[in-house]
Design a protein around this ligand. Structure first.
Ligand SMILES: [Zn+2]
Length: 328
């Protein structure tokens, strides 16, 4: 039997048609795919790589790009209002996946878009953002990104970044350490009072990419009650690969389970943010991955945890309780 799925990361908002119709443009994530793959909650990232063009995407312009994606997110919710609904509270989380409704959780990829003033964190919270990936692949006011350079990799949170983490926990936003430096990971692990997660990262022992997590980090994440979502990007699964293979996914999951236990496993596809050839080409293929993991020895209870309960546990511990839907 297929488990209900929660996917912690996709970049589909970038590919969404202007009217918000999830079926109109060729994307990996479609409404039909979500439904047939048994997805109960899908995270959608508002992706603004603030450091990609130095000086260009900083400040007001980055916020304009954010708002462009945000309007598409709103249009998507309106267009598919019979099926999709925004997850803003613990109560919403409990409705996700029930009665044919799919919960949608808005995330920011690159917390740099929030600028360098703490009050902005609340502005994004008020827009419905409930998870922030602290950095993308460039430094921002919060901290430093992953890097092949060991000196860069040591750099951690800024003082302001610490305040952001504290403020996010206070408000009810999930801290996401995918993309950050090892230094930022360890700073977050040391200060976090709530579970945090790596929404779309794999094992560095299985594939030596700085975007992936060391065994020590996986153990620490597990100790804090966090999760890591399996990323389907070919080069995070196998070094230099252009093909995203199920057998590599299984290899990573078996290793992560051995190191961190089955409570740390989760899904974080990165659909529509990755390129290559895919054996799992959209949410409709989740049952195929589940079958492969079952054949590799994961129990039904472990599969259910990886698909749903582990991520649910983190969101349940962090999201706020019953607030009214923000005015748009
Ligand atoms: Zn990413």
């Amino acid at each position: 039997m297929a488990s209900m799925a929660m996917d912690l990361h996709c970049d589909t908002l970038m590919k969404l048609a202007k009217n918000g119709d999830l079926e109109r443009k060729p994307a990996m994530v479609t409404l039909e795919g979500l439904q047939s793959g048994g997805v109960g909650l899908q995270c959608f990232a508002d992706f603004v790589p603030t450091g990609l063009f130095p000086g260009f995407l900083k400040g007001p312009l980055s916020r304009r790009v954010y708002r462009k994606h945000y309007r598409r997110y709103q249009k998507m919710l309106a267009f598919h209002s019979g099926t999709l609904f925004p997850v803003l509270t613990v109560e919403d989380l409990e409705r996700a996946g029930k009665d044919g409704k799919i919960g949608v959780l808005l995330t920011i990829e690159d917390g740099g878009v929030m600028g360098s003033r703490l009050e902005h964190v609340k502005d994004y919270y008020d827009m419905g953002v409930r998870l922030v990936t602290l950095t993308w692949n460039h430094a921002n006011p919060i901290g430093y990104p992953n890097s092949p350079d060991p000196e860069q990799m040591k750099k951690g949170l800024t003082d302001y970044g610490r305040e952001v983490v504290r403020q996010m926990e206070r408000l009810g936003m999930v801290v996401d350490v995918s993309h950050v430096s090892d230094g930022v990971f360890w700073d977050v692990a040391a200060m976090a009072e709530k579970p945090f997660l790596a929404s779309h990262s794999n094992s560095r022992a299985m594939c030596a990419h700085p975007r992936n997590m060391t065994d020590q980090m996986i153990r620490s994440l597990a100790d804090k009650g966090g999760v890591m979502g399996l990323n389907l990007a070919p080069d995070f699964l196998a070094e230099g690969s252009r093909v995203s293979r199920v057998e590599d996914m299984v290899r990573h999951i078996l290793h992560i389970r051995k190191v961190g236990g089955s409570d740390v496993l989760a899904l974080g596809s990165d659909f529509d943010g990755i390129s290559g050839t895919f054996e799992i080409s959209g949410p409709q293929d989740w049952p195929k991955l589940e079958q492969a993991l079952r054949a590799a020895g994961l129990t039904e209870a472990e599969l259910e945890k990886m698909w749903w309960s582990n991520s649910h546990r983190v969101l349940h511990a962090v999201l706020p309780r019953a607030v009214s839907i923000p005015q748009r």
